[in-house]
Design a protein. Structure first.
Length: 148
């Protein structure tokens, strides 16, 4: 009778095949084109503090002068434009892949009734627009009613 020998240690597979498969998977999942997109939606974070709300919008590459912030009938609207890099012409770079979004954007937020729309403050720092939306003192004040 013949005796069979089994190798108890796992076979070491080359990691090159796994890396190639992983890179291929990532490249297929990330959307990429060779031209700029027509618009984008900036990400927003809403925080509540003791004095009101803070709204943080991620706007990388958007200059202050291209932003418009309006408060009308209880709706806050933030709009603007992120311009794409110049890619035309003989001396311009040749685009191989473009994953960033460019173009015009507009975000609207319905404000609660207890927000003072006249006291909204805005600050753009390091590509993050920070809007401070304070509570209206008259609408959030608590009154004791005396029973007679």
């Amino acid at each position: 009778m013949a005796t069979q020998m089994y190798n108890q240690t796992p076979a070491l597979r080359p990691s090159r095949a796994f890396n190639a498969m992983f890179n291929h998977l990532l490249n297929d999942s990330l959307p990429g084109t060779n031209r700029p997109s027509g618009g984008f939606v900036p990400a927003a974070d809403v925080l509540e503090t003791a004095n009101g709300f803070e709204l943080l919008l991620t706007l990388p590459g958007v200059p202050k002068d291209s932003l418009t912030i309006d408060v009308q009938q209880g709706t806050l609207t933030v709009s603007g434009e992120r311009k794409a890099p110049v890619i035309e012409g003989e001396n311009g770079p040749k685009v191989r892949r473009m994953e960033s979004s460019y173009g015009t954007f507009s975000r609207q937020f319905r404000l609660p009734e207890n927000i003072n729309g006249k006291a909204v403050e805005a600050e753009l720092t390091d590509g993050v627009l920070r809007l401070v939306l304070p509570f209206d003192a008259e609408k959030t004040a608590r009154y004791q009613i005396e029973v007679r």
